[in-house]
Design a protein around this ligand. Structure first.
Ligand code: ZN
Length: 243
């Protein structure tokens, strides 16, 4: 082997050794950095929202107490906007009536990124609503679903009148009546105020429907990954009473 070749081989060895050393160093660096990177990639934008189902319900109800007492928190929306560009991890999902007097974010004293809200007159779980909650539970890891009815619900009242009169409401309203009719009929067998009973029944029926919505919500409920609960909002006090 000529001097040039020896030299080249030596250079090659040194070069290879250098590459190996660099590669080893890079692997070591990655090994250190990887958990940090993984943790960063998976870190929820609101770590305080990572809660058990029971803790999530407790937080909602404490927020409602503040709202009832007129001591709601000041929410720093400017700061939250920045954090929430990275994603969302709401600690609760709420199915509320569309009634303008309810406003779930206000009545639980929550900020943005805290509550995943679906609203429809009469707060019933259609396929679209179930799909939305499947997203909230499966993708966003929300640990709680709360069905929120309210006193003097116009949608339930209209359904009672339609069922009693046998009348057909105009436009698309019959679809709403069909969805609320089971609650009205069930409440018809109870004593007391029909409207109040039908509102509670409607909440209870939709809690059960969401709990049993296969395959995603039912599996999450069975595994106790989520809780599905119901409540009725009092118009005068703002209090949510669980049913
Ligand atoms: Zn309503």
């Amino acid at each position: 082997m000529c001097e040039h070749c020896t030299s080249a081989t030596a250079h090659g060895l040194i070069a290879r050794r250098g590459v190996l050393q660099l590669a080893t160093a890079a692997v070591a660096a990655l090994a250190v950095a990887e958990p940090a990177l993984a943790a960063k990639a998976k870190a929820p934008p609101k770590p305080e929202n990572v809660l058990s189902p029971d803790a999530a319900l407790e937080r909602l109800m404490k927020g409602n107490e503040r709202y009832v007492d007129g001591v709601s928190r000041r929410h720093d929306f400017k700061h939250e906007r920045e954090v929430l560009t990275r994603g969302q991890n709401p600690f609760a999902a709420v199915l509320s009536c569309a009634d303008s007097r309810i406003a779930p974010e206000y009545c639980f004293d929550t900020a943005r990124g805290d509550v995943f809200v679906c609203r429809v007159a009469g707060n019933f779980a259609s396929d679209d609503i179930i799909a939305s909650f499947e997203y909230a539970v499966e993708v966003l890891s929300a640990p709680l679903i709360l069905v929120l009815g309210h006193e003097a619900c116009g949608a339930v009242d209209a359904t009672i009148k339609s069922v009693k009169d046998g009348s057909t409401l105009p436009g698309h309203l019959p679809a709403l009546v069909a969805a609320l009719k089971p609650a009205v009929e069930a409440a018809g067998t109870e004593t007391g105020d029909l409207l109040a009973n039908a509102i509670r029944r409607n909440v209870a029926l939709n809690v059960e429907k969401l709990k049993r919505a296969a395959p995603i919500l039912s599996a999450a409920a069975d595994a106790k990954k989520i809780r599905v609960v119901g409540g009725v909002y009092e118009l005068r006090s703002g209090r949510v009473n669980l049913v």
